[in-house]
Design a protein around this ligand. Sequence first.
Ligand code: SAH
Length: 232
Amino acid sequence: MSHSIIGRAMDKGILSLNTVSLRAFSQNSYGSVDDYTYGGGAGMLISCEPVWLAYQEALSRIEQSFDEEASGDRREEKKVRVIYTSPGGRAFDEAKAEELSKEEALIILCGHYEGIDQRVLDRIVTDEISIGDYVLTGGELPALVIMDAVSRRIPGVLNNDDSAGTESFENGLLEYPQYTRPYEWRGESVPDILLSGDHAAVEAWRLTESKKRTGKNRPELLEKWFENRGIF
Ligand code: SAH
């Protein structure tokens, strides 16, 4: 999170990241937070209390930073959303990233081992999110994926305000192919329409290319795009 675009946004104070280790709230002298699962089966599960205490810690850090920002003024109480990263969650997408980017603060809970005791999840989690249909060893990479996608939607994070608006998924289609200099590269030149200066023709070409690419790589998205326009 300290590199490149997101790193610069953090330096500018647009974003900040705080981490809380579950191990700091271990209930035993070994510093472990996992235990066997009831009902049997392989693998360990993270127990409730370390997650609950880490959640309280995260909440109090958020409240503290809000208080500092509000410089003493009483802030309106607002519920902080808690995202649990899980292959069993709803699929993460650009619409969700946009929705989450409107929040002032987020808590992202990373699982490990087999996951986390359901009771603490039921008590604190507001959104269960999966980043795709595969299983990772922990929620840290999904948390980074979510943070990155959400952060780039926050005003001021990207230099060019427009660029978040023309990407893949914005209009329900994948992005069209793009080209930069040189005009000719190892015998291949840029499609001439892009040099025509005819804005409408360029837009039409881009839409056609977007549809072609979407149909090839993500036919279900193209189908939905047509449906949304009443074309079946
Ligand atoms: N037993 C779980 C998998 C646990 S994987 C199951 O079958 O659903 C360990 C942890 O990695 C999870 O608790 C979750 O936080 C994280 N994780 C793994 N794959 C993920 C994915 N596709 N999306 C989001 N989080 C994931």
